[in-house]
Ligand binder design. Structure first.
Ligand SMILES: *[C@@H]1O[C@H](CO)[C@@H](O)[C@H](O)[C@H]1NC(C)=O
Ligand SMILES: *[C@@H]1O[C@H](CO)[C@@H](O)[C@H](O)[C@H]1NC(C)=O
Ligand SMILES: *[C@@H]1O[C@H](CO)[C@@H](O)[C@H](O)[C@H]1NC(C)=O
Length: 407
């Protein structure tokens, strides 16, 4: 027994020490929260917000390799990379994306960028090789004279690339479209500690004081890193996935969402990460699946990226022959939260019997969700779940991980 406990303590220490910050993690986290502010302000009350800040910043860094002059400096400074040059940004991304790629097998993270251009011109060779080498991104040329057909063609390309996970990312194009940038990010992880399907029950989720919806509420009693931050009116709980990713749930007290989301920033995440400690709790978490589209032009303009969208844009590093500007930036992010994990869920039954008297954490009202990667300190995804969307079809409970077929 003793050795089991010291083993746990050691594992906890190692886990804590494993948070390392990549060169880009601090600017990327600031960018993530700036994006949240703007997206949240455009979201009507009661709606969900969900996106991949890492996906969006990767896309913008990728296109900045072809930007020059003020177009370029606005991109880099809005991303928080004002102190770096493009070569440093490219290399830092290559490093970051390589590390994230190594987690494959344990979890599936698909982050992809596609740039679609009006056909009939040749992008510069250096641009093509750079974005492929540093960002594993692809270029797609399409006949934009027929916008409806072009949108369908771009969507078919993205759907095929993502093996049907991302559909209809481009909704409409207008005839003077020149360059469309698309980023998609999709995550499927398996819990280190899966939920037992037989404990999942229909329960109310409280949208606000007076309204509720019925959700499939999963339940598991076990050890979770938790933190009750009474001063900041929130409970934080960390759910580890296999590999180096975790879901951090931030559950504000009733009616305190606005207050919490108004003050949250990268330092809050760091503070919570460092304050968490292991507890036996009974955790109730709704099963949900979210896929969200964001059209980012106005958001990015608010963040200071203006030239790139205007006639004065300078993308002479993409093409010297054609005057380019960004017409559209589309982003799609998707995440499913189910019972599934690696080990037999029966373990939780045993823990349940031991710890049925443990404090309970019920994620039964609006919460914030973060998917964090510990070896780079990256925020892969973040969002606010006001109303957890049910999984697309009535699914049989899935405890086992079925990875997507390999690319
Ligand atoms: C970028 O910065 C690094 C480090 O200061 C420097 O070695 C390199 O020459 C710079 N590259 C360019 C293209 O300016
Ligand atoms: C879909 O992708 C596969 C392999 O990546 C490719 O061979 C095929 O031509 C693509 N289909 C379409 C319709 O783009
Ligand atoms: C509340 O949040 C602030 C800012 O992140 C932090 O400095 C403070 O320690 C937090 N309070 C507690 C009790 O954790």
């Amino acid at each position: 027994m003793h050795s089991i406990f010291s083993g746990c303590a050691l594992a906890a220490l190692l886990l804590a020490a494993a948070w390392a910050d990549h060169q880009l993690s601090s600017p990327n986290a600031d960018f993530a929260f700036a994006l949240y502010k703007s997206l949240n302000a455009k979201t009507s009350a009661g709606q969900n917000v969900f996106y991949s800040p890492l996906g969006v910043s990767t896309l913008l860094s990728m296109i900045s390799t072809g930007a020059r002059g003020k177009t370029h400096s606005q991109l880099l400074s809005s991303l928080g990379f004002g102190a770096l040059n493009q070569t440093q940004v490219n290399e830092a991304y290559k490093h970051l994306l390589d590390i994230l790629g190594h987690g494959r097998g344990n979890f599936q993270l698909d982050v992809g960028n596609v740039a679609a251009f009006r056909s009939g011109f040749n992008p510069l060779e250096k641009f093509l090789t750079d974005i492929k080498h540093f960002y594993t991104s692809e270029i797609f040329t399409v006949n934009l004279n027929n916008p409806t057909k072009a949108a369908a063609e771009i969507n078919r390309f993205v759907t095929n690339k993502t093996r049907d996970k991302v559909k209809d990312v481009v909704k409409d194009l207008d005839p003077d479209t020149v360059m469309v940038l698309i980023n998609y990010a999709y995550f499927k992880g398996m819990w280190k500690n899966p939920f037992d399907c037989s404990f999942t029950q229909k329960t109310d989720f409280h949208l606000d004081k007076t309204n509720q919806v019925e959700v499939d509420m999963m339940m598991r009693a076990g050890s979770y890193k938790t933190y009750w931050d009474r001063e900041n009116k929130t409970t934080v709980v960390m759910l580890p996935y296999e590999g180096k990713t975790s879901m951090m749930i931030v559950l504000p007290e009733e009616d305190k969402m606005e207050e919490v989301e108004g003050s949250i920033n990268k330092d809050s995440i760091r503070h919570w990460r460092n304050s968490l400690y292991m507890n036996y709790v009974t955790l109730y978490l709704p099963k949900f699946s979210i896929s969200a589209d964001a059209v980012l032009e106005s958001t990015l303009r608010e963040m200071g990226i203006t030239n790139a969208f205007e006639d004065k844009a300078d993308f002479s590093g993409v093409s010297e022959e054609l005057k380019l500007k960004i017409s559209k930036v589309s982003h799609q992010a998707a995440l499913s939260v189910t019972e599934m994990g690696t080990e037999a869920a029966a373990v939780s039954t045993k823990e349940w019997m031991y710890f049925s008297a443990s404090p309970s954490i019920k994620i039964n009202r609006p919460f914030l969700v973060f998917i964090l990667e510990s070896s780079t300190g990256s925020i892969l995804f973040m969002g606010k779940i006001n109303n957890p969307p049910a999984l697309p079809e009535a699914q049989i409970c899935e405890e086992e991980f079925t990875p997507f077929p390999d690319t």
